[in-house]
Design a protein around this ligand. Structure first.
Ligand code: ADP
Ligand code: MG
Length: 287
């Protein structure tokens, strides 16, 4: 991989669109020489004007974490043309976790193997990212991708566009507001400084979503949503969606959703939680 983006004659042919996010369109791309398929994140330079540092940051972070862990998407190549910047990743053909949750309704605990297994895998990758002194800051089901369409495909953390390197935690507390409202931790809104714990909060929201099929802080408008997050105001309700969910799973969600970031457990601590550390599924037996 070159050290800096280079302008080269196009070596890839792009195909269908795989997804799009805030700043980019991601397209399937075939490397013409090798015939290998990749996912190519196409970033329009004009749209990013003044915010080019975000792409440089994404590349710098990816260089640090990708290829170091099998559940983090690998950046293979990057280059630019006069209009666009291109980041070429491993192609994940299994779609977003978001779409799988929506298609299934939820990962109710009779399928708890799936839910706890998925959360364990993602949490291990988060632990690795945190050990690399990176905070992801945009963990959500749209940024978690399955490597293949198979039911038991590996899940991959993608989109390091908002991530940050935290060299010395105490001196580099982040204060800018960023992320996707429903998954943002209270300390982000309070602007009291944030770091690794925001990813654990997001894991709590993701786990809630996996178990119930809807998110905990969904309100009529963003103001109410923010107030609910700051107050930690969520319930395991309506009951019909939670009847099959064990206390152990609920306790896992509650621990991730600890309002005070200094009291919130770390990724390593959450991996020791009974819901993840026991290989056996926990679900409420039929009466
Ligand atoms: P943004 O920063 O704009 O949110 P993402 O990196 O999240 O961009 O990419 C947007 C969408 O493109 C993702 O939500 C996903 O659907 C799709 N996508 C991203 N990377 C890949 C990949 N490696 N393989 C397949 N699809 C991908
Ligand atoms: Mg994204």
């Amino acid at each position: 991989m070159p050290n800096a983006p280079v302008t080269v004659p196009c070596q890839y042919r792009t195909g269908k669109t795989l997804g799009s996010g805030t700043y980019a369109i991601v397209k399937e791309a075939v490397h013409i020489k090798t015939g290998k398929y990749y996912a190519c994140k196409v970033i329009n330079k004009k749209l990013m004007e003044g915010r080019e540092f975000m792409v440089r940051n994404e590349i710098a972070v990816l260089k640090r974490v990708s290829s170091g862990h099998k559940n983090i998407v690998t950046l293979h190549d990057y280059f630019e043309t006069s209009n666009n910047l291109y980041l070429c990743f491993d192609l994940c053909t299994g779609g977003e976790l978001f779409d799988r949750i929506c298609a299934k309704g939820n990962y109710h605990e009779p399928h708890v193997d799936d839910a706890a297994g998925l959360v364990r895998t993602i949490m291990k990758a988060v632990q690795y990212i945190h050990e690399c002194n990176i905070v992801h800051r945009d963990l959500k089901p749209e940024n978690l991708l399955f490597r293949t369409p198979s039911e038991d495909a590996d899940i991959m953390i993608a989109d390091f566009g908002l991530s940050r390197v935290m060299e010395e935690e105490r001196f580099h507390l982040l204060t800018e507001i960023c992320g996707t409202p429903g998954y943002m931790a209270p300390e982000i809104f309070k602007k009291t400084g944030h770091g690794r714990p925001v990813d654990i909060w997001a894991m709590g929201v993701i786990t809630y979503f996996l178990l119930a099929g809807y998110t905990p802080f969904d309100r009529e408008n963003q103001q109410q949503e923010m107030e609910a997050i700051i107050a930690g105001d969520y319930k395991f309700e309506p009951e019909e969606y939670w009847a099959n969910v064990s206390d152990t799973a609920r306790d896992f969600v509650s621990a991730c959703l600890t309002i005070d970031p200094t009291q919130r457990p770390t990724a390593t601590e959450m991996l020791q939680h009974r819901w993840l550390s026991d290989e056996k599924p926990h679900f409420v037996p039929d009466p």
